[in-house]
Ligand binder design. Sequence first.
Ligand code: CTP
Ligand code: CA
Length: 226
Amino acid sequence: LTRGPAPADLAGRHVVISAGGTREPLDPVRFLGNRSSGKQGYALARTAAARGARVTLVSANAALPDPAGVDVVRVGTAVELREAVVAAARDADAVVMSAAVADFRPAVYAEGKIKKKDGQEPEPVALVRNPDVLAEISAGRARPGQVVVGFAAETHDVVANGRAKLKRKGCDLLVVNQVGENLTFGSEENEALVLGADGSETPVPRGPKEDLADTVWDLVAGRLAP
Ligand code: CTP
Ligand code: CA
């Protein structure tokens, strides 16, 4: 499959993309994590760079090579991801949150490895809420006209749940994936519906993650101030 020459419609723009999935440590050797591979976020970074943007990729635990010509900031936890995204977003024209950010983290980090105790049942793991990076970026846009994009994976009532989430987060665009068997996690392909705060709905048929990435940049480019 060959792709045509990319339009340089993001030249002179700075875009920030989060990718991968955060890991929330329990102790020095264990964490709570998720299955996000980071492939969609890396595809967004490659396509934005190809369209002329300066790209900051905040990458959480993705086992993928750094894309050429992209500034990669590696993070582990949701709190680290928030710091890196907020810092990079200060002069960004667009922020795309494709990372799977853990909603909760263990309330306590054990400095030493947690050990079993003979004849005792384990303690339950207490969790606390992580910061909501997308909601924070949307509510406090560092620049007027900054375009903010979220991602959501939904298993049912995709459109209704997506619309409610778009509103709750306050972003301009929400890319909604239907997740199920063999779909999305780690796969090379994606299929999605992109919801706009202006009421628009853009279906993206099943295809390479670059196709979805290019559709996201088309929609972002159309919303950037000239
Ligand atoms: N997100 C975020 N910070 C969080 C959680 C999520 O920035 N603490 C972002 C994700 O990167 C994604 C979007 O919010 O772009 C939607 O994530 P999702 O998990 O679907 O939303 P939640 O509000 O956490 O809703 P749910 O209860 O369905 O998990
Ligand atoms: Ca969540």
